[in-house]
Write a protein that binds this ligand. Structure first.
Ligand SMILES: [Zn+2]
Length: 321
């Protein structure tokens, strides 16, 4: 790893996968659990000669199959290339990529002229020239072009000379071009992202697995009671609520597992959401169920799993009432 300039971002993780080729370990992927049913790929490395093999795919499919929502912290460009190759992401322009799997940036690495403290934006966009996720903070106010990106990784710089690129262009002009492109093509770009998200592998924990037939509890819920995660009364209440929501189109198979983990600790989760203040505002649209910020490009709320669309999504004014 040293020879390839790969620096570990975090030295702790919750889930560790060895990437194996021909019975030999040739890389790894480390994930941190950030929320119930949400994992961030914090570090991954694979020997250069195996990069084209998509060895990360197995861990992604396994986590998605279990209903987890994956994001990637400070992705290196080769990880973004992996996403494109496996239809998790697609190019919008020659250099801008949109990804169904979101990218997280750390406040300390973010570059912007905006006063950012404790701000850890999540974005679905990546710029292949800069080798960085980009977060369009404000491009819709006339005359404003606020775009955040992150420090170059040594690992990327060695391969793609992204620092040289950053030094060689006028960044204001470069970002203005991105802004114009997004303002001109916003419908098409949003649709692309929506389509990518809709075609992500589905959770294997679907309606049959979680809710099941008739009045009897599914094995999924029975196991929860047996493991002492919660009591039977709570499980029955959650099951009935989900059944009702499913029948009325408020939750889909894809989000059921996420919704179960949210409802299991609903009071604590709502209290967490209420703590988030305005400085962390990434979207000005909100989930009708839990009131957390949601991107309109998501088919469901990433916090509570409730389905969202233009008919039920809330605005800031609805929330402040
Ligand atoms: Zn929600």
């Amino acid at each position: 790893m040293k020879a390839n300039n790969y620096d570990i971002h975090f030295d702790v993780c919750n889930l560790f996968f060895e990437l194996v080729h021909d019975k030999k370990v040739v890389g790894f992927a480390a994930f941190i659990v950030t929320q119930p049913s949400a994992m961030t790929l914090s570090d991954t490395f694979v020997l250069p000669e195996f990069e084209s093999q998509s060895l990360l795919l197995e861990s992604f499919l396994m986590l998605m199959g279990s209903g987890a929502n994956i994001s990637i912290l400070k992705p290196a460009r080769n990880v973004v290339e992996f996403l494109i190759k496996n239809n998790f992401a697609a190019k919008l322009t020659d250099s801008i990529v949109t990804s169904a799997i979101s990218f997280d940036m750390l406040g300390e690495d973010i570059i912007s002229n905006f006063n950012l403290k404790e701000f850890t934006p999540s974005t679905n966009l990546y710029d292949l020239n800069l080798c960085s996720p980009i977060f369009l903070y404000d491009i819709s106010t006339p005359g404003v072009c606020e775009i955040f990106y992150q420090d170059a990784l040594d690992f990327d710089d060695k391969k793609y000379n992204c620092r040289e690129f950053r030094d060689s262009v006028n960044m204001d002009e470069y970002f203005n071009e991105i802004k114009e492109s997004f303002l001109k093509n916003s419908d098409e770009f949003n649709q692309k992202l929506f389509d990518l998200k809709s075609s992500l592998p589905k959770s294997l924990l679907d309606y049959d697995e979680i809710i099941g037939e008739g009045d009897e509890l599914s094995d999924y819920f029975e196991q929860m009671v047996e493991d002492g995660i919660t009591d039977r009364k709570t499980v029955v209440r959650i099951r009935n609520q989900l059944k009702n929501e499913y029948e009325n189109g408020y939750v889909t198979d894809r989000a059921l597992a996420l919704r179960v983990s949210f409802l299991l600790n609903e009071d604590e989760n709502i209290a967490e959401i209420n703590k988030i203040d305005d400085i962390n505002m990434q979207f000005d649209t909100f989930c009708p169920y839990c009131h957390s910020q949601v991107s309109p490009s998501n088919p469901h709320c990433m916090t509570c799993g409730y389905s969202i669309d233009e008919t039920n999504i809330l605005s800031l004014r609805d929330i402040k009432k």
